[in-house]
Design a protein around this ligand. Structure first.
Ligand code: 9WO
Length: 259
């Protein structure tokens, strides 16, 4: 079973961003995932290949017509033998790491990318199984959101990441934000790398990184931190690190001076 994305889009060439570069390109070449583009223009009714029309009720801009989209979706379904249809819009439910992992473990989906002011609501009612948002902002179309989903899913596939790096160790996986990272030089513009990272003491380094993840999550994403706390039993080490973090805050120290 291979992850497969069938993308319904007026701009198939945009997808070179995921198919032609980086980790997702390598994974595609390794056969870890597949994709096809379905251009609704190929199912347009007239000689101008029109796929949009003016909104009923008036107002600015254009709306994508249901007919060509439904036919493009049907063609994709026929080739892959069914599949869920995901539509990308700010009206959808916010994408999470958990949903990405679920999707990466399926046969993939048909990704419907809207343009203009959106898609005729009847098409959404008839064909769309799930509506996904990346956050509270507006893009010019669903393509960049679809590519974000593809990239996030593909990097979860076994064998997609390089050199033993595992998606299981990244930011979010443990429900916490990532720790800070440093590379050479040891001093940059008078700013030194935290000493512990140069110590070669792997146990201390692991503990420091966990502490930074805890402190950052608590400070920057209190709702994420509350969730993390609620869904686990604190280890003795985590409890100790949190006490240290709280004490250091009371003394007026912040992340920048912590080490
Ligand atoms: C455009 C527009 C122009 C004038 C007045 C109102 C308007 N609304 C829109 C609009 O929402 N266009 C959308 C463009 C239609 C659906 C596809 N588009 C889209 C998807 N924009 N932003 C997203 C998106 C998807 C996922 N996460 C964040 C944003």
């Amino acid at each position: 079973m291979t992850l497969r994305f069938d993308v319904v889009t007026l701009f198939p060439e945009m997808f070179a961003a995921v198919t032609g570069a980086g980790i997702s390109r390598r994974a595609l070449e390794r056969g870890l995932w597949q994709w096809s583009a379905w251009n609704p223009r190929d199912w347009a009714e007239n000689a101008y290949r029109t796929v949009d029309d003016r909104p009923f009720g008036g107002g600015p801009g254009m709306v994508m017509m249901a007919g060509p989209l439904e036919k493009a979706i049907a063609a994709a379904k026929a080739e892959r033998g069914g599949g869920r249809v995901i539509y990308f819009s700010p009206q959808g439910r916010t994408l999470t790491h958990g949903r990405v992992c679920e999707l990466a473990a399926t046969e993939g989906a048909i990704l419907l990318c809207g343009r203009y002011e959106g898609v005729d609501e009847r098409l959404i009612g008839r064909c769309v199984d799930e509506e996904i948002s990346l956050g509270d902002f507006v893009l010019s179309g669903g393509e960049l959101a679809a590519m974000a989903l593809i990239d996030a899913c593909v990097r979860q596939l076994p064998g997609a990441l390089n050199d033993g790096a595992s998606a299981v160790e990244e930011s979010f996986v443990a429900g916490l934000l990532d720790c800070p990272h440093y590379t050479r030089p040891e001093v940059y513009e008078n700013l030194a790398v935290p000493e512990v990272l140069l110590s070669g003491h792997h146990e201390k380094i692991r503990r420091w990184r966990l502490k930074m993840s805890l402190a950052r999550t608590r400070e920057r994403r209190p709702e994420l931190f509350a969730d993390w706390l609620a869904h686990r039993t604190l280890s003795a080490e985590e409890a100790q690190l949190l006490r240290e973090i709280e004490t250091e805050e009371l003394c007026g120290r912040n992340e920048k001076s912590m080490s």
